[in-house]
Design a binder for this molecule. Structure first.
Ligand SMILES: [Zn+2]
Length: 260
């Protein structure tokens, strides 16, 4: 079993010019499965159509906090309808992407919280993991997750918190998504935290087309970069890349109930 890219936006128009070739190349490089995350109601159909075209692509559907102003209360009803219709389908793997973004100051925090809790409730109702976007909001996210314990946990995508926060998430049944951010030598604090994480804590991701790693600075990120990201992260963690690859794939398979 190869690597798993647990966080991509492969439905974005950035990939319209070469998506099939990119997928074939990613497989040739050992990246077998990829998760594509819906971010707002208008892109769920596109995400679903994409994963239906390839049996090793998996979908998560959610309402991302960065698109807060686009979401309406009706979209939560729509999300519930989508999940009710697709739950049990092998290619629906989670609710996401959703969460709290306190970095962008124009995003109303109360409305974010309402949306966050409503989607945690949907993850619990449909017994799905939650794939979370958490920026500058770890304390609030952890406090909320303690009230809404998800039986299947989930992933803190692009984790950039402290070691203590990492431990809280692990206790709550969450894995930490690592990708391009920790490949940058400037990310001193994050690299120190990553170096202390146990292999059981980690899943790999690219967040394509965003979050380019240092070796592909300034270019569109792609699942094709995941093997080199894994290599760089293994060096930061002080483990063999084979150990990180095996553990991260096993962690993702366990989380999503996939066969190894
Ligand atoms: Zn994302």
């Amino acid at each position: 079993m190869g690597l798993i890219d647990t966080h991509t936006h492969l439905d974005f128009p950035d990939f319209d010019v070469d998506r099939p070739a990119l997928l074939a190349n990613a497989r040739a490089l050992g990246v077998q499965r990829m998760v594509v995350l819906g971010v707002h109601q208008a892109n769920w159909q596109r995400v679903w159509d994409l994963v239906q075209s390839d049996d090793q692509l998996y979908a998560a559907l959610g309402l991302h906090p960065v698109y807060l102003d686009e979401h309406t209360p009706g979209h939560l009803t729509d999300l519930r309808d989508w999940l009710a219709r697709l739950v049990g389908h092998r290619q629906l793997c989670a609710v996401g992407e959703f969460g709290l973004d306190y970095f962008l100051e124009n995003l109303d925090r109360e409305r974010q919280q309402t949306l966050f809790e409503a989607q945690l409730a949907l993850a619990a109702e449909f017994d799905l993991p939650g794939l979370l976007h958490v920026r500058r909001s770890h304390a609030q996210t952890i406090a909320t997750l303690k009230r809404f314990k998800l039986k299947r946990g989930g992933i803190i995508h692009a984790f950039a918190g402290s070691y203590e926060e990492a431990r809280e998430y692990l206790k709550l049944g969450f894995k930490l998504g690592l990708g391009g951010a920790a490949t940058w030598p400037q990310a001193v604090k994050l690299r120190k935290t990553v170096a202390r994480l146990p292999l059981e804590a980690v899943v790999l991701e690219t967040d394509s087309p965003d979050m380019a790693p240092v070796m592909f600075a300034g270019v569109r990120n792609s699942p094709e970069h995941l093997p080199q990201i894994a290599q760089a992260l293994a060096e930061v963690m002080g483990v063999e890349v084979s150990a990180l690859s095996e553990a991260s794939t096993a962690n993702a398979c366990h989380l999503f109930n996939w066969d190894l």
